[in-house]
Write a protein that binds this ligand. Structure first.
Ligand SMILES: [Mg+2]
Length: 177
């Protein structure tokens, strides 16, 4: 459906929690052979790095697909998310934002994704789910994106929780009215 909002999804934090003392309930730990991560470890001088450890919740795939959104990966994993994570979540191949630049410092203190997401959305309504959204990002999006936009900041220790899914469903319904 063309009029469904986009759901721009970050991975590390919302989908793959990190930084918590315990593994959140419902998650399993996977070892993922990410080439990008391996190269980063080699560059740091780690010899023979182990595959990256990622915690995922299998119910997230079906729960995301059930939301009235068009899903888009908005993550530094780029194409590797389809290759390594989507099958573990039960998700099909999805479009991903092909960043022009990653991890750069923004002159106005915005997240490096913010301007690119607004550009990518191209006036379509969108929700952005990420653990690194700041108030300045939400303000900038409200001022520069011509359609409705929701920024949903997720605690990276716990990842996406049922309340987030409920909020996303409510927002989609609200803007469809
Ligand atoms: Mg993140």
């Amino acid at each position: 459906m063309a009029d469904r909002p986009l759901l721009m999804l970050d991975v590390d934090g919302p989908i793959a929690p990190y930084g918590g003392f315990f593994r959140p309930r419902g998650y399993r730990t996977h070892r993922v052979p990410s080439q990008t991560w391996r190269q980063r470890q080699l560059d740091k001088g780690v010899t023979d790095p182990k595959p990256l450890r990622v915690r995922l919740n299998r119910t997230h795939g079906p729960s995301l697909l059930a939301l009235p959104y068009d899903l888009v990966w908005a993550t530094a994993w780029c194409a590797e998310v389809d290759e390594h994570l989507a099958p573990l979540l039960g998700l099909p191949r999805l479009p991903y934002v092909n960043w022009e630049s990653m991890f750069h410092k923004d002159p106005d203190g915005l997240h490096w994704k913010t301007r690119q997401l607004v550009c990518w959305a191209d006036q379509q309504p969108f929700a952005w789910v990420d653990d690194e959204i700041g108030p300045q990002d939400t303000e900038w999006i409200a001022a520069h994106h011509p359609g409705p936009a929701l920024t949903l900041k997720v605690d990276p220790r716990y990842g996406l929780r049922p309340a987030h899914f409920a909020q996303l469903a409510d927002w989609a319904q609200e803007i469809a009215r």
